[in-house]
Design a binder for this molecule. Structure first.
Ligand code: ATP
Ligand code: MG
Length: 553
């Protein structure tokens, strides 16, 4: 480890708990609800929970919070497991809150037996009308003083399916005048005749989140149950259930949820983007999902670094997506082999190079020897980038222009002699001559040129589709804007270039191998590549073009 980092507030708590012997070892959990794909906010929670356990020699459970039967799907469970694993973490146990349904039901019976829970006949509206407000106490329900026997038999009837959805609920008997509204006899079980992805049709009553979460933590003996700030008001209830049930004292701690600029972070909103086809899928490379970022070419290491860098806060904040991109660039700069690809091609003919001849040039794969080299074929006709030629060069233009010289990367110096245009004024072909003794590495000409451009040999190049991505939204915080967040979608978030050319070494490009297309950015192969068609995603540009744009505006 390099510099000593100060502890965050959760680390301070853990170190104190371990030092004073409160726990011998720590157990954390990551508790996703399997109702969508994980996003970068979840990555923050994963890195925190698993990271703390790793740091302090403890363990982390993966617990699916599947108490809500209608919204959950096995597809989501599988994707969550894949994403956590890909991020580089392994869980001690794969668990499901639904595994505890019997135990939770037993806990409910225990509370009834202690006179701490009762069956309520009123419907949701009636319950709400007696709840009071933050400034006024609520009123006791007429069912509050039912006998234990009556409650036990009504709860048994609920469990057996004698009632319709909403006809009865089980409530904790706490205090209708409590300052904390969550303590005003909260509902702990409701009737829902619905099929559950794991328990099937066994149950027609399901525990509420507050009655499942803390007890699940306690059953597993989780020591530090870390969640986001919106659960602060739930903490009193969390502690109340544990105390009254006399079970393992798990403790809840809250940190600020991660928000990132130019995107949205709720699964409900992300689902809308998928269902209403604003994006292709959950793993669309523009999505803030872990699977989208993976497909786009972000590395797990860069996401972990990002989460580490932002630290943990006790107040909501909005993190600039440029920081995430910075972390991605930083990692890819180390990992990516440099190759040549021409995104917007125009032909350069080297008129003094023999027709039909090919030379195999050696090109470095990276900034130092450790990256190794590869062979790049060179011939008379090359594709170069349209933007590397200027008919009437600007000041300080060091690339191609009539009469100007430029170095072709890993090859020769070439001088532009003339060019052709179509009737619309577009340059169609550039003609030049190369200087035979200027070969990279063996240059004996002494000619100094300031610019180097990339190229690919026309007869050897592979045609490729290149997908360029921009921010999914036009505004920093779409969820905070007036109206529907979807009104702020950036219509130009995807640009597809069908006619790009890449060097032949990319024939064997593999998914998940990062490349730097020199001067163009970091790219990776997309899973939609077929034997007949290469598709590349731009992971991130080489420099932060966006922040410049924002400053200009
Ligand atoms: P969403 O609002 O996106 O649906 P959620 O909180 O309902 O998120 P869960 O599946 O319940 O999603 O979350 C699993 C864990 O991840 C929880 O502990 C939750 O607090 C945490 N989490 C979710 N979103 C974020 C976020 N943006 N930043 C940090 N942690 C998060
Ligand atoms: Mg949730």
């Amino acid at each position: 480890m390099s510099e000593e980092k100060s502890l965050n507030f959760i680390e301070e708590i853990i170190e104190a708990d371990l030092a004073n012997g409160k726990y011998a070892t720590i157990l954390t959990r990551f508790p996703p609800e399997p109702n969508g794909y994980l996003h970068i906010g979840h990555a923050k929670s994963i890195c925190l929970n698993f990271g703390l356990a790793l740091k302090y020699g403890g363990k982390t459970n993966l617990r699916f919070d599947d108490t809500n039967p209608v919204k959950e799907e096995t597809e989501y469970v599988d994707s969550i497991k894949e994403d956590v694993t890909w991020l580089g973490f392994s869980w001690a146990n794969e668990l499901y809150a639904s595994d505890y349904f019997d135990q939770l039901h037993q806990f409910a019976v225990t509370l009834i037996n202690k006179g701490l829970a009762y069956v309520e006949d009123s419907n949701a509206d009636e319950i709400a009308s007696l709840k009071g407000s933050p400034t006024e106490p609520g009123e006791n329900s007429k069912n509050r003083d039912r006998s234990i026997e009556e409650n036990l038999s009504l709860f048994a009837a609920m469990t057996e399916g004698k009632y319709q959805d909403g006809q009865k609920v089980l409530r904790a008997k706490i205090d209708m005048a409590a300052n904390n509204m969550h303590m005003r006899d909260p509902i702990i079980y409701r009737i829902k005749h619905a099929h559950h992805h794991r328990t099937g049709d066994k149950w027609c009553i399901y525990p509420m989140y507050d009655f499942a979460h803390g007890q699940s933590d306690s059953i597993e003996k989780v020591t530090h149950s870390i969640c986001t700030l919106e659960f602060i008001p739930h903490r009193e209830l969390y502690d109340w259930f544990i105390e009254k049930l006399e079970i393992f004292p798990s403790k809840q701690y809250e940190f600020a949820r991660l928000n990132v600029t130019y995107t949205v972070m709720s699964k409900r909103k992300l689902l809308q983007l998928v269902e209403e086809q604003y994006v292709q899928s959950w793993d669309d490379p523009r999505m803030p999902t872990i699977s989208g970022m993976r497909r786009r070419g972000y590395t797990a290491e860069s996401i972990r670094n990002f989460c580490e860098r932002i630290g943990i806060a006790k107040r909501e904040n909005l993190i600039d997506v440029s920081l995430l991109e910075f972390c991605v660039r930083e990692d890819l700069n180390k990992l990516a082999n440099r190759v040549m690809a021409v995104v917007d091609p125009v032909k350069l003919v080297i008129t003094n190079y023999p027709e039909g001849q090919t030379e195999e040039l050696v090109s470095e794969n990276g900034p130092d020897d450790s990256y190794g080299t590869r062979i790049v074929p060179f011939s008379r006709e090359l594709w170069i980038e349209r933007e590397d030629f200027m008919e009437e060069p600007a000041k300080k233009w060091f690339r191609l222009a009539p009469g100007a010289m430029v170095r072709l990367k890993s090859a020769y110096i070439v001088k532009c002699d003339n060019f052709q245009k179509d009737p619309d004024g577009n340059v169609t072909e550039i003609h030049g001559t190369y200087i035979t003794e200027s070969k990279s590495g063996d240059d004996i000409t002494g000619i100094k040129v300031k610019g180097t451009i990339h190229w690919v040999s026309v007869s050897h190049a592979l045609q490729a589709e290149i997908r360029l991505y921009d921010r999914l939204f036009k505004v920093e915080n779409p969820s905070q804007e007036e109206g529907d967040f979807k009104d702020y979608i950036n219509p130009d978030s995807l640009q597809v270039i069908e006619n790009a050319f890449v060097e032949p070494s990319l024939k064997n490009a593999a998914l998940s191998t990062p490349y730097q297309f020199i001067r163009k950015g970091y790219f990776c192969l997309d899973k939609e590549t077929t034997p007949g068609k290469l598709v590349f995603n731009r992971t991130v540009s080489l420099k932060d073009a966006w922040s410049k744009e924002v400053k200009k505006a």
